[in-house]
Design a protein around this ligand. Structure first.
Ligand SMILES: Nc1nc2c(ncn2[C@@H]2O[C@H](COP(=O)(O)OP(=O)(O)O)[C@@H](O)[C@H]2O)c(=O)[nH]1
Ligand SMILES: [Mg+2]
Length: 339
């Protein structure tokens, strides 16, 4: 049996071999992914992001257990977890801690956990993550959870990859303001206030609510605006309710106790339904695949063009540019003519 068939048949060893090939960006990994691509497009990709220590890994742990027990009558969905921590090497504390916390999931054949430390550029990390999700998707994992730390470009890229992005905050982190600065609220589909057992959860929630009000004016308590209600045309109200609009819900959780996890799971499912109903699911898919294809097209064209260009011409043109003989635009035009 080929590696491709083994992966499609749910062979975990074959899958983990492919994941290593992908992380090392080998030709073999690339060609297997291409063969598997026809089998992708089914999984719900859920990103979980937020500052270190807010409780993301603890939440993911409980969320996975929620999925695994949620549909006892039907077959429970299979869940893959990709934990990305750019700041720590494989041996480092954070990921090791995650491994220990995830240990009780490890014996479940419907769960697959992969930790990834960063190598090379952030762009490389986002690319590798996208490829890993394709592998899990083809292997039949219905839900793929991607845990990332922080609020940088990598998180934004990963949010673009995910269908549903969960942003985790915790009281007393004082990072609510930083969160907006980094635009993390703009990528949030579901907001979690974890550590709701700690003092200050109300303040965090109030801060987030007012930020949401700013970001989504007019959405505030629309349905419940009591005495104003009669002045609304009912049809208008229904139109509003069925519209493309999604206001990120806020869910309070205590991940250490598993409190609020069912609600979180329900909100994530609601967001998926919303994406399906509005057509956003396929819009996102289209935008993402187009970006991937365009990117590869550019890389390939540039590589091909560089191969055809006589070696000295590039150097000479660069020199000419430095001496202000050409402008950057003229230099580029000249190089394209020369090749
Ligand atoms: N009090 C309290 N502690 C929590 C809660 N959730 C997680 N923690 C603790 O916070 C620390 C960081 O959690 P972790 O899941 O590793 O956070 P991550 O860095 O965001 O993945 C751990 O010591 C957890 O036990 C919670 O809801 N309440
Ligand atoms: Mg973590």
């Amino acid at each position: 049996m080929t590696l491709v068939d083994s992966i499609l048949n749910g062979d975990r060893l074959a899958l983990s071999r492919l994941l290593s090939q992908i992380e090392n960006d080998t030709d073999m990994g690339r060609s297997i992914l291409s063969e598997l691509f026809a089998h992708t497009g089914q999984a719900h990709l859920v990103g979980v992001t937020g500052a270190p220590g807010t409780g993301k890994s603890s939440l993911v742990n409980h969320l996975v257990r929620y999925y695994r027990r949620s549909t006892s009558a039907v077959e429970a969905p299979r869940v893959a977890i990709i934990a990305i921590d750019p700041s720590s090497p494989f041996s480092g504390g954070a990921i090791l801690g995650d491994r220990i916390r995830m240990r009780d999931l490890a014996g479940d054949p419907g769960v697959f956990i992969r930790s990834m430390a960063s190598r090379g550029s952030l762009g490389g990390l986002a690319k590798a993550t996208a490829a890993l999700t394709q592998a899990f998707d083809a292997a039949g994992f219905e839900i793929i959870i991607i845990e990332t730390v922080g609020a940088g470009q990598a998180e934004v890229d990963i949010a673009r990859l995910a269908h549903t992005t969960v942003v985790v905050e915790a009281p007393g982190f004082g990072d609510e303001i930083q969160a907006i600065k980094a635009g993390i609220l703009e990528i949030a589909d579901v907001l979690v206030i974890n550590k709701a057992d700690r003092p200050g959860a109300e303040n965090t929630e109030r801060a987030l609510r007012s930020m949401l009000d700013l970001a989504h004016p007019g959405s505030r308590n629309f349905k419940y605006s009591g005495h104003h209600f009669s002045s609304f045309n009912l049809e208008e109200v229904q139109k509003e309710e069925n519209s493309q609009f999604w206001r990120p819900p806020i869910v309070r959780t205590v991940a250490t106790e598993g409190a609020g996890i069912d609600e979180l799971g329900e909100k994530i499912a609601l967001h998926k339904d919303h994406l399906r109903q509005t057509g956003d699911w396929s819009h996102r898919e289209r935008a993402r695949l187009k970006a991937e294809m365009d990117q590869l097209l550019q890389e390939n064209l540039v590589t091909r063009w560089r191969k055809r260009l006589p070696p000295d011409v590039y150097k000479e043109t660069l020199e000419g540019l430095l001496q202000r003989k050409y402008s950057p635009r003229e230099a580029a035009a000249l190089l394209i003519r020369e090749s």
